[in-house]
Design a protein around this ligand. Structure first.
Ligand code: SF4
Length: 352
């Protein structure tokens, strides 16, 4: 569905009362030169209030395109179809795909109801304005009752909350005076200034060193508890997922190929790709001589994909007479645990 530049009347949608977001059969096509890249292929998931869902996979598997489609910030050469149902703070259920991305409704949702933290804090702030000015601008933009003085007071309070030492001095400093970890804290602050219901965190700790990573994840967990927001946590790093998430969706070539609770994915992974990702994690007791496991090959370009397993040319368990030749259905491993792999055909109950 090409998003238009006019607001128009929405159909009435229903969603489960416990959900705040339901993505249903989402497809995103990207037009590049003469090619049609099918970057997201039938993705469905839901998010409950206060829950954290991890979207996991290598670069090029469609995680970021999915999350940007939710926020309506993919470039104009992207076309989305399916449904992205969102329950607004006012309790109305909207299909975000039907909104004009430049329209008033989307602008009122973006930032104040659904926010996003990007992976590169160094480029998220303008070097020309102080951190305090940039944060206060967000508050003023989204809260019509706010004054300059109240916005500054709110920013000061939030800077304290995200653990920035000496906030009275820091509020008037420029981005180049902040370290990478402090900038990421300020960025989290920027996203939380309007108390969003959903925070999309796209590789929020990738650009940071390991000790700062741990602090930022701890900060996000504590703020989530305090504000009760839901988090869509996007990463290629299963190690951070174990600490952060309630549920995990493993993506490959634009599809969710395994979905379950953190416990199910870490203790009973079924898809060869999920198992490969877990095997490639470094272990504490692993000898230095032993090389880390790698999954050979790269994610192919999603162009003119035949109906078959997208992982077949990298899969050590590929059955040549089956996997490259047919569409792969979803199988239920146990309640709440789904996998898309023909290895399950013998032992699992097909659903959906
Ligand atoms: Fe491997 Fe076949 Fe399963 Fe695909 S469907 S992951 S090729 S075993």
């Amino acid at each position: 569905m090409k998003r238009t530049h006019r607001e128009h009347t929405q159909a009435t949608y229903e969603m489960s009362p416990e959900h705040i977001l339901e993505v249903k059969d989402l497809h995103v096509h990207i037009a590049v030169d003469d090619y049609d890249l099918h970057a997201v292929r039938g993705v469905s998931f839901s998010l409950k209030k206060g829950e954290t869902l991890g979207l996991v996979g290598e670069s090029g598997c469609g995680k970021s395109v999915t999350s940007k489609e939710i926020l309506g910030i993919n470039p104009n050469n992207c076309t989305g179809s399916g449904q992205i149902l969102y329950r607004t703070k006012a309790g109305k259920v909207l299909n975000l795909l039907e909104l004009s991305r430049d329209g008033e409704t989307y602008r009122s949702i973006r930032g104040s109801e659904i926010s996003m933290i990007f992976q590169e804090p160094m480029t998220a702030f303008s070097p020309l304005y102080t951190i305090g000015n940039q944060l206060a601008e967000i508050v003023l933009l989204h809260d019509p009752k706010a004054t300059k003085a109240s916005a500054r007071a709110h920013v000061l309070e939030m800077l304290k909350k995200v653990g920035i030492a000496n906030p009275e001095k820091r509020i008037d400093q420029y981005p180049h005076e902040f370290s990478g970890g402090m900038l990421q804290r300020a960025l989290i602050d920027m996203m939380l200034c309007c108390n969003p219901d959903i925070l999309i965190a796209d590789e929020p700790t990738t650009a940071l060193d390991v000790t700062i990573q741990a602090q930022i994840l701890e900060l996000m967990r504590s703020l989530q508890k305090e504000f009760g927001m839901s988090i869509l946590f996007i990463t290629h790093d299963l190690g951070t997922v174990a600490n952060m998430c309630d549920h995990v969706a493993v993506m490959y070539l634009g599809e969710i190929i395994e979905f379950g609770t953190v416990h199910q994915i870490f203790h009973n992974p079924q898809h060869p790709y999920t198992r490969g990702l877990l095997r490639s994690l470094p272990k504490m007791n692993q000898s230095r001589e032993k090389k880390l496991y790698i999954i050979d090959g790269v994610v192919p370009l999603p162009v003119e994909l035949p109906p078959c397993c997208g992982f077949h040319d990298r899969c050590e368990a590929c059955m040549d007479d089956v996997c490259p030749k047919r569409d792969i259905p979803e199988f239920t491993v146990e309640p709440g645990h789904m996998v898309r792999c023909m290895l399950m055909e013998q032992g699992a109950r097909k659903h959906g």
